[in-house]
Design a protein around this ligand. Structure first.
Ligand code: HEM
Length: 150
């Protein structure tokens, strides 16, 4: 009732909820360590797109560390945030989820439970986060392992 199943923090960390992949401890294997860095000057609350000197060039450099890119980062994105019915029924992740469709149809849905009434479904037509690029890196680097840490 308090935190919708589609909430970003619940999609990417269902905590001790059972999920489509297993029981209450299974989610521990999906944990990542994050360190995001914002870039670009923030716009004031009253600014419009026309006032924007950076033309929208601001955002977050999202970094996550994990033991397995496929079982953790890619799993969270492909399976849980981009799909409506997993880890629990309730919708796409409205912060980073994508609907898997190419082109202009960016629409995504999520449900909010209301006190004593059936939950209501909301539809959003534009993305909140627009990914612009990415890279995978090995850390610590092989040369650091060989030459420093060994
Ligand atoms: C630009 C994109 C993103 C934005 C704006 C964003 C925003 C947020 C915010 C506001 C929080 C809650 C505050 C916090 O714990 O720091 C959060 C938590 C989190 N995000 Fe994101 N996020 C983004 C991308 C991602 C991606 C791509 C992933 C995973 C693949 C991810 C995984 C997580 C996790 C695991 C948490 C902690 C959840 C918890 O344990 O409560 N985020 N994010």
């Amino acid at each position: 009732m308090i935190c919708p199943h589609a909430a970003h923090i619940r999609k990417v960390n269902p905590r001790d909820d059972g999920t489509d992949t297993g029981g209450t401890n299974d989610t521990l294997a999906r944990r990542i360590l994050r360190r995001g860095i914002p870039y670009g000057v923030p716009l004031s609350d009253t600014a419009t797109e026309a006032d924007d000197p950076l033309k929208g060039n601001r955002g977050l450099l999202f970094i996550s560390y994990q033991t397995s890119i496929s079982d953790q980062f890619e799993f969270l994105v492909n399976r849980w945030t981009n799909q409506k019915n997993v880890p629990k029924n309730g919708g796409h992740d409205p912060v980073i989820g994508q609907n898997g469709k190419l082109g202009d149809n960016r629409s995504r849905q999520f449900e909010i439970a209301l006190n004593d009434s059936p939950s209501e479904t909301f539809s959003i037509t534009r993305e909140w986060v627009i990914p612009t690029g990415g890279g995978y890196f090995f850390a610590p680097s092989i040369s650091a392992l060989k030459n420093v840490l060994a």
